[in-house]
Design a protein around this ligand. Structure first.
Ligand code: SF4
Ligand code: SF4
Length: 164
């Protein structure tokens, strides 16, 4: 996994033109069973993937924190929301609350998430490869394949199973 993780940015860069064309075609004519096939590919990949030996998403890119995330996590820490925000978050240029720094403050040395049960929605859903109408998030996916080994494999498998 570590070796693959290191090579991922270059692998993703090499695949970028091909992936971009693929998603453009997919968007024009998505197959009827796309959601079903994506769920299948996603589940198969995550059966093989050990996120605890990776944590690259937590190390390199932080999640957005919704108001509901902030309320839930502050409550978990028994902190006032404004204090939680002041301590851990900042407002980015797109007006989203994000972490002040990466790797994520809540990532332990053994790659466990210290707030796993109350983690942000974005963390629970990352890398979003089982999302309905997957072609709608192709720009995000094109970025995620350079960060997430599972997302990279999922897109490679998609191109085989859903040729364009
Ligand atoms: S979701 Fe992707 S980047 Fe995050 S730990 Fe799992 S394999 Fe790694
Ligand atoms: S909150 Fe947990 S799952 Fe989300 S980025 Fe931080 S360590 Fe990773």
């Amino acid at each position: 996994m570590e070796e693959f993780q290191k090579e991922l940015p270059k692998l993703a860069k090499d695949k970028h033109p091909e992936n971009k064309k693929y998603f453009a075609k997919l968007k024009k004519k998505p197959p009827k069973d796309l959601d079903y096939t994506m769920q299948e590919i996603h589940d198969e990949e995550f059966e093989r993937t050990d996120c605890l030996s990776c944590a690259n998403c937590c190390k390199t890119t932080g999640p957005l924190f919704t108001n509901a995330d902030i309320a839930r996590i502050s409550k978990h820490f028994k902190m006032k929301e404004h204090r939680f925000i002041a301590q851990y978050l900042h407002f980015d240029e797109d007006d989203h609350y994000v972490l002040k720094s990466v790797p994520c403050t809540f990532l332990a040395d053994d790659n466990e998430c210290m707030i796993y049960d109350v983690r942000p929605k974005a963390c629970r859903e990352y890398p979003h490869t089982d999302r309905k109408k997957f072609y709608q998030i192709s720009d995000l996916t094109l970025k995620n394949v350079a960060i997430c080994p599972a997302a990279y494999n999922i897109v490679e498998e998609m191109k085989k199973r859903i040729p364009k």
